[in-house]
Write a protein that binds this ligand. Structure first.
Ligand SMILES: Cc1cc2nc3c(=O)[nH]c(=O)nc-3n(C[C@H](O)[C@H](O)[C@H](O)COP(=O)(O)O)c2cc1C
Length: 147
């Protein structure tokens, strides 16, 4: 089974930390959505979409990438990091995925160091996150959904 992870991680590399840990343990192809807007995903059995949360949702680059490149009826999963936990962060990407009849096999989110806006005046929130435990949890999540 071939797996790709499409990621975008522009703030502090928080999401990249998670994605890199997974790619060290498993055979995955990493695709940087900042570099590629077109990519042939046909040969992958499952595709992960990974992003920091920016303005309440996944990066537009990741959502656009999904809209442009995801073939119909693929297995997909989500990885994301955020400053403050909320339930709605997946809404926009889920809507795009539904149009592709994607089969969602899981989602993993954790906190990530956040110095956006007023948080920079207090030295940021979620300092040190994702931490070792977050990374281990992400790897466990990946192993669970791909076994
Ligand atoms: C422009 C911008 C907007 C953000 N908006 C949110 C938000 O709406 N909710 C939230 O919890 N965190 C928000 N954050 C914090 C990021 O989601 C968090 O720091 C994340 O771990 C960044 O991931 P990255 O380092 O992979 O880019 C925002 C950060 C930036 C830079």
């Amino acid at each position: 089974m071939k797996t790709a992870i499409v990621y975008y991680s522009m703030h502090h590399g928080n999401t990249k930390k998670i994605v890199d840990a997974i790619s060290k343990k498993a055979d995955v192809t990493l695709i940087d959505a900042a570099k590629y807007s077109e990519y042939d995903l046909c040969c992958f059995d499952r595709i992960g979409f990974a992003s920091g949360i920016y303005f309440q949702k996944f990066s537009e680059k990741v959502i656009d990438f999904l809209e442009q490149n995801l073939p119909d009826s693929k297995e997909i999963f989500y990885l994301y990091t955020y400053g403050i936990k909320r339930k709605s962060y997946l809404d926009a990407i889920e809507e795009a995925a539904k149009k592709k009849h994607a089969i969602v096999i899981g989602a993993f989110g954790c906190r990530g160091f956040d110095t956006f806006g007023p948080f920079k005046w207090i030295g940021g929130i979620a300092k040190g996150r994702p931490d070792q435990k977050d990374v281990e949890n992400a790897v466990c999540f990946f192993e669970e959904i791909t076994k």
